[in-house]
Write a protein that binds this ligand. Structure first.
Ligand code: HXC
Length: 260
């Protein structure tokens, strides 16, 4: 498939890399861009050669938000009837882990896109924020909900209600991101590819199960979540990879995953 707003590549063992590519608009997330992103992530999710995905932008911008020029004249009837932004939810249905490699601006929908990913790595240059309040609206891609889980109510309130930007260091100290990587052009993408390669080298069934179980914590009570985790854990004893992984340990050799 030919893409106009993203670039899809395979830079490492088992890794699919999606680079947002609307440089003139700082990767503003227009509807056509998001359609392409959904298509590409679904395709990589169904590709047996791929074990993990990385989404990145440019040095200057991961994504500066939803496309304000596209949105500005829409009416309530337009956005409600046409389910504006509902297709953003598709990203959360991808089975394979997705790592966001963030440099530069990750504002509004850009910050929300990063929060939809499973792991966030940031360059020291990353600038996060939910500035929607300055546009007369609020976050619409999960910002108010996912930030609460990531950094708590008081910080979320402050950020959503003042619209102020925050740094990679703040995001790291609050636990919103996994870590800040060392400074330098392309470093954050390199590091994200390394993490993705590490994940892609494991048995896929266990990886998918791990992602599913961790995500269940967002939806369930602790007791339900623990039960869910244990059942999935039990279920993995029906896989070849469990037999292989534990035999390999006992035989002091490297496991050879069949992903079955
Ligand atoms: C459309 C955008 C854009 C956006 C930048 N551009 N952000 N176009 N939608 N979100 C365009 C600019 O209009 C400009 O186009 C070009 O990109 C370069 O941007 P500049 O503003 O000239 O760059 P700079 O002065 O360096 O400022 C960078 C910036 C600023 C601080 C990131 O662009 C900015 O404030 N952008 C908007 C950030 C924002 O409010 N995001 C939230 C959007 S609402 P031209 O043609 O003039 O060169 C949102 C709602 C989400 O995301 C809800 C659902 C998910």
């Amino acid at each position: 498939k030919e893409y106009e707003n993203i670039i899809v590549s395979r830079p490492g063992n088992g890794v699919g890399l999606i680079t947002l590519n609307r440089p003139k608009a700082l990767n503003a997330l227009s509807s056509p861009l998001f359609e392409e992103l959904n298509y590409a992530t679904a395709e990589l999710d169904g590709d047996n050669e791929i074990g993990a995905l990385v989404i990145t932008g440019s040095e200057r911008a991961f994504a500066a938000g939803a496309d304000i020029k596209e949105m500005k004249d829409k009416t309530f009837a337009d956005v409600y009837q046409n389910k504006f932004l509902e297709n953003w939810g598709k990203l959360a249905t991808i089975r394979k882990p997705i790592i966001a490699a963030v440099s530069g601006y990750a504002l509004g929908g850009g910050c929300e896109l990063a929060l939809m990913c499973d792991i966030i790595l940031a360059s020291p240059t990353a600038v996060f924020g939910q500035p929607e309040i300055n546009l007369g609206v609020i976050p619409g891609g999960g910002g108010t909900q996912r930030l609460i889980h990531a950094i708590g109510k008081s910080r979320t309130m402050e950020l959503v209600l003042t619209g102020r930007n925050f740094s990679a260091a703040e995001a790291e100290s609050w636990g919103m991101i996994s870590r800040v990587v060392k400074e330098g052009e392309g470093e954050v993408v390199k590091e994200a590819i390394k993490v993705a390669e590490a994940i892609a080298s494991k048995g896929r069934l266990a990886v998918h199960a791990g992602k599913e179980a961790v995500n269940a914590a967002y939806e369930m009570s602790l007791a339900e979540g623990l039960r869910f985790e244990r059942r999935i854990f039990h279920g993995l004893f029906a896989t070849q990879d469990q037999k292989e992984g534990m035999s390999a340990f006992a035989e002091k050799r490297k496991a050879n995953w069949s992903h079955s």
